[in-house]
Design a protein around this ligand. Structure first.
Ligand code: ATR
Length: 279
């Protein structure tokens, strides 16, 4: 990579940041589209967040992605906040605009939904209820995206029921809260099952769920991508359902930032998937 004096600069701000796949992902696209630009990991502690963001802005950066633990602070520092970031209550993408303002967006729900569209193009969001497992930050973005896509009923179930009830109260979405112990029965007649919990992730417990009542026409998705074929996706595949794995959510959520900073809406190809997974 050889940069000119006009190179465009972006990066990811986190604490820690060393685990982030974003530099590799954006680096792949910068090479693919032969863009005069770079995307770097930036380890910035919570105490220094606002100073560092202002510093990057005044150093000519186009903007940054923001990851744990800065997603709420990113919303605070922004002058303009997208409707979806406002609803989700956190931002993962900051764009430094020419007039000196900072625009904050949250592209996690976009990434989630684009991943479903690419992985299962014939799936129709309005064809029936969706079951969402989990009520953490990821669930928030997923629910906002599903409601926007026209899913008529979102059956939300979480180990800690109160967190699901809080989400139902806060979000303007057609949510029915279901007890965690009743998750198997909630699958009856549903059109989508998505796991937003950490269950099934390498090093975590397995997701225990009986798919007997799940229609074979339902689409099943996991936002966990290590391993790529989680125990949920393996079971769903054996049951006869179409499945979409979780890596595409990470890849698609990066697109709006890349486009805003570097001027190209990049493609999520199989080659990119393999490249990011090989890390
Ligand atoms: P994120 O912001 O990435 O979604 P999170 O807020 O820590 O992460 O949420 C993790 C989700 O996984 C939660 O829904 C959590 O359930 P609780 O709200 O009850 O904690 C869920 N989860 C984690 N471990 C679990 C387990 N052993 N059994 C059931 N759910 C679990």
């Amino acid at each position: 990579m050889i940069l000119s004096g006009k190179a465009k600069l972006a990066g990811v701000v986190g604490w820690p940041v060393s685990h982030s796949k974003s530099p590799r992902l954006h680096g792949f696209w910068l090479e693919q589209y032969k863009i005069d630009g770079t995307y770097v990991p930036l380890a910035i502690s919570p105490d220094n967040f606002a100073t560092a963001i202002r510093g990057l802005q005044h150093s000519g950066f186009q903007g940054v992605n923001v990851t744990v633990p800065h997603k709420e602070s990113a919303l605070q520092i922004a002058d303009i906040v997208s409707a979806r970031a406002e609803k989700i209550g956190a931002a993962n993408t900051l764009v430094f605009q020419e007039d000196g303002s900072i625009f904050a967006d949250n592209t996690d729900g976009f990434g989630f939904y684009e991943n479903l569209k690419q992985g299962a193009p014939s799936w129709q969001p309005d064809a029936g209820p969706a079951v969402v497992l989990g009520a953490g930050g990821a669930a928030r973005a997923v629910i906002v995206a599903l409601a926007e896509a026209g899913v008529p009923d979102i059956r939300l179930t979480n180990r800690t029921r109160a967190r699901a009830e809080n989400l139902a109260a806060e979000l303007d979405a057609p949510i029915t809260v279901v007890d965690w112990d009743d998750r198997d029965a909630a699958l009856e007649g549903c059109n989508l099952l998505t796991n937003t919990t950490t269950l099934g992730m390498q090093g975590q417990g397995l997701l225990e769920i009986d798919l007997f009542d799940l229609p074979k026409t339902a689409l099943v998705n996991d936002i966990v991508y290590v391993p790529l074929m989680t125990n949920l996706l393996e079971k769903a595949h054996a049951h006869g359902c179409a499945v979409v794995d979780g890596i595409g959510m990470l890849l698609h959520q990066a697109r709006p930032g890349f486009e805003a900073w570097f001027g190209t809406d990049p493609q999520v190809s199989d080659e990119l998937r393999q490249f990011v997974l090989a890390d």
